[in-house]
Design a protein. Sequence first.
Length: 247
Amino acid sequence: MKRVERLHALSEMLRRSGARGISAEQLAGELEVSVRTIKRDLDALENSGAPVWSRPGPGGGYGLAVGGSLPPVSLSPAQAVALLAAVSAAPDAPYADLAATGIQKILDVLDPKTRARADELAHRVWVNSRPSYSRAIKSALEEAMDEQRVIRIRYTSGDESTTTRDVEPVLFASMNGQWYLVGWCRLRSAMRWFTVSRIERATVTRMACGGHTIDEIGEPPADARPVHGRGQGAPRSTSPLGAPSRP
């Protein structure tokens, strides 16, 4: 691991340790370097403006001050291209447009050398992925989920019947390359899975959702997890997910 990547990983570990802190020995073990190297890296972080604190003695360690400001995020060229590739290859994913905008903001503040290396590496990654449904529908679904408002959809099911539904959005789910809107269908008075590519029209209403939760959907599959970015499994609920319910 290069030093810039190690410093970034170190700052994230300090952030996650919270008020309890983490020892230099633990940091060294996680990053597979010596304690001496960790202490040099901690000094470098502190000199760069990171609010690093230390607590000596048994049970002591290092952490980041609550409410303190961190230096600008620094990515390696490979990390920057990984973000670009992930978003470019999944244009159907919820909030993909916002993700692309966020990545561009990060790229704009990279140092010129790192940005040039990222641009060169990006030319070595090709994708050919096109959205399978309209941007207007996608934006409406995202808005309804974000603001927890009822969305009115015109939906054609697998048997080709078309209905108009008022749905309270609960979550987006991706299964076998297909995106679903999972929510409380007011027409059926039940939780339903709607294939996003079968939604022909979507309008966000002014009606607030009624408070239905993920627990009502059931336990996620063993290989599914929320996209919180921490590499942990999804929290488990008390009821099984089973097969997606047909609208």
